[in-house]
Design a protein around this ligand. Structure first.
Ligand code: SIN
Length: 371
């Protein structure tokens, strides 16, 4: 428990960004051409065909903008490589389809499968008709905090189990394969996913993603909706983290020496261009050129109405992982306790810092906010 209350270098910076006025974000790195703090990265041109890229809603690889960050070998940032109207589709997947059974979500902790089976259907009218009033009842989709896919991460034991597996969504596996190829990971296999759903007061606690048995494969992270500050630290929490901005459509790859670094999201911010939604999402999808055999159907204007109402105050992040090295199996002893998920056991944090500190003391045995 002592570790939770320790004020290490990472926590100090986390608290700083959690509190800091948005006009004082000068130390935050922006990945964009011409910024001398970041270096352009070579992608594996030729490894990903234009046709495969288009089917997944990605621009041809030679148009992607990838960046390295000095001091973080293995870390790669790809600035929104999605084709127009495709972020819409992935957002719709995250809200309409991926929360469905047999996938697991935080609401399953205290609701029956009948109630959580189709969050979209039980929420879409409420979201469409939102008046913006503060004390309006929240829809179930707005109460969604996380969804797990494939091998379902167990928040209590911090492990994956062979038996706790449901088929990983084929479209997302293919999107991940394409991004893996582009970054030089030709055998990347999406086996587990954690989708995090943030609102403007959410944050994600300091953690390392180490439950996967294969640390040679990268961790892929996709972000949609409002922006965030991402903190990337070192192998110890005594290393000061670097703060960077993530916007809708951006992809991050943590691999090699950066695969097991501490990281966190202290803050969700409105995207910087003004308006309720980021520019790429501010219009309904047009889908003039759907391409041959797209991985997902176009997002209909009706579905987009629901997604856009949701995203006005939200951010969605998907982290995709390979759990097992090719040809490897789970060790024998990981078969027990597959269904143990306890209500507080996730790394989400909500509300003001004072509320969070109070919550941390109250629920210390469940380690909220720490993975
Ligand atoms: C993010 O939301 O950008 C990070 C998610 C994670 O670390 O799991």
């Amino acid at each position: 428990m002592a570790a939770l209350e320790r004020e290490d270098a990472f926590r100090k910076i986390f608290r700083l960004y959690r509190r800091r006025n948005t006009s004082e974000l000068s130390g935050v790195i922006h990945f964009r051409p011409g910024n001398s703090a970041v270096k352009c990265a070579e992608l594996r041109i030729g490894a990903l065909s234009d046709e495969d890229a288009r089917r997944a809603g990605l621009q041809p690889l030679e148009q992607w903008k990838g960046y390295h960050l000095e001091g973080y070998p293995g870390f790669l940032f790809i600035s929104n490589p999605f084709l127009p109207s495709w972020q819409h589709r992935w957002v719709r997947q995250c809200l309409k389809f991926y929360p469905r059974k047999p996938n697991v979500c935080n609401l399953d902790l205290h609701m029956s499968p009948d109630q959580t089976g189709d969050l979209w259907s039980s929420s879409h009218n409420q979201l469409r008709n939102k008046s913006g009033q503060k004390h309006q009842e929240k829809s179930l989709l707005e109460k969604l905090r996380w969804v797990t896919l494939g091998f379902h991460y167990n928040w209590s034991t911090k492990k994956y189990y062979k038996q706790n597996y449901t088929p990983f969504p084929a479209d997302l596996a293919e999107l991940s394969r394409c991004v893996g190829l582009a970054c030089g990971f030709s055998n990347f296999k999406a086996e587990a996913g954690i989708l995090n759903y943030y609102h403007m007061d959410s944050s994600l606690g300091i953690h390392v993603d180490e439950a996967e048995l294969d640390h040679h494969s990268p961790l892929l992270s996709f972000s949609f909706g409002q922006s965030s500050i991402f903190l990337l630290g070192g192998r110890s929490r005594e290393a000061e983290p670097t703060a960077m901005m993530m916007h809708s459509g951006d992809i991050m790859v943590m691999s090699g020496a950066s695969r097991l670094l501490y990281h966190a999201v202290p803050r969700i911010l409105r995207h910087p261009e003004g308006g309720l939604l980021p520019p790429d999402l501010s219009h309904p999808p047009t889908d003039k050129d759907p391409g041959a055999h797209p991985l997902t159907e176009p997002c209909s204007p009706q579905d987009w109405e629901v997604c856009s109402a949701y995203l006005q105050n939200s951010r969605i992040n998907m982290t995709i992982r390979q759990v097992l090295q090719e040809g490897a199996c789970f060790p024998e002893d990981t078969g027990a306790d597959t269904d143990q998920i306890t209500a507080q056991a996730s790394y989400h944090q909500e509300g003001s810092e004072t509320e969070q500190e109070a919550k941390r003391v109250r629920t210390a045995s469940d380690t909220p906010g720490e993975k």
